[in-house]
Design a protein around this ligand. Structure first.
Ligand SMILES: [Zn+2]
Length: 219
């Protein structure tokens, strides 16, 4: 295992159960009867974005913010895990970041974005935010999101796609972590697959870069 792979131990949580295209859910996607947060494929709504992800001239609200996460990801071409945290109501970007695992094994894109959020906003207001990330949060990051009470999490690439690019991971899905935290954490939205066709390409390109330049910096 090279250093790049080691530093990404645990980066990925596991399976995304197939939401191929972005879609929106109403604010309370997980009624109390749900013991395992999940999504119902094909659900739609026309409420404003990013709370709902409804359409804009640049695509769905979710897509618009995922592009921002992708822009972050492009800052680390070999490990393109980028994330942004936006205000669920107003859509303002409150924090952002890209994986800097070369500096610390804790610094996955989501954690970097959360640290940026704290620097800019203080440790407050999490429940009114939505995090967008280019890949499904790993168990570490999903736990952090649950602890912070980030109630809406949207990701792009599925675990299967990430695995196919030779990145290792702990076998816990983001949804499984969220369900295990149910005593204190009630997510409103856990959505995968938004712009995955683009991030899948990004991850495949990253794999090729790692293969071609295995001794170069991880970032
Ligand atoms: Zn992570």
């Amino acid at each position: 295992m090279d250093s790049g792979r080691r530093q990404f131990l645990g980066r990925w949580g596991a399976v995304v159960t197939g939401v191929a295209a972005p879609f929106a859910l109403p604010g309370q996607a997980f009624p109390q009867s749900h013991t395992h947060p999940d999504l119902e494929a094909g659900a739609t709504t026309t409420a404003p974005d990013p709370q709902s992800g409804s359409g804009t001239r640049t695509g769905s609200g979710h897509e618009r913010f995922m592009w921002l996460a992708i822009a972050q990801a492009r800052r680390n071409p070999k490990w393109p895990f980028g994330a942004v945290i936006v205000g669920t109501r107003g859509g303002e970007v409150l924090g952002s970041g890209v994986n800097t695992g070369a500096d610390s094994p804790l610094l996955h894109g989501e954690v970097v974005a959360m640290n940026d959020y704290v620097r800019r906003q203080g440790n407050q207001g999490w429940a009114d935010t939505t995090l967008y990330t280019t890949g499904e949060p790993c168990s570490m990051c999903m736990s952090a999101l649950a602890w912070a009470n980030v109630r809406r999490v949207v990701w792009a690439s599925s675990i299967d796609e990430i695995r196919s690019t030779d990145i290792i991971q702990i076998d816990l899905t983001a949804r499984e972590v969220a369900a295990a935290a149910r005593s204190f954490y009630t997510p409103q939205l856990l959505l995968g697959g938004v712009l995955a066709e683009h991030t899948n390409h990004l991850f495949r390109e990253a794999q090729r870069l790692r293969e071609r330049f295995p001794d170069a910096s991880a970032v």
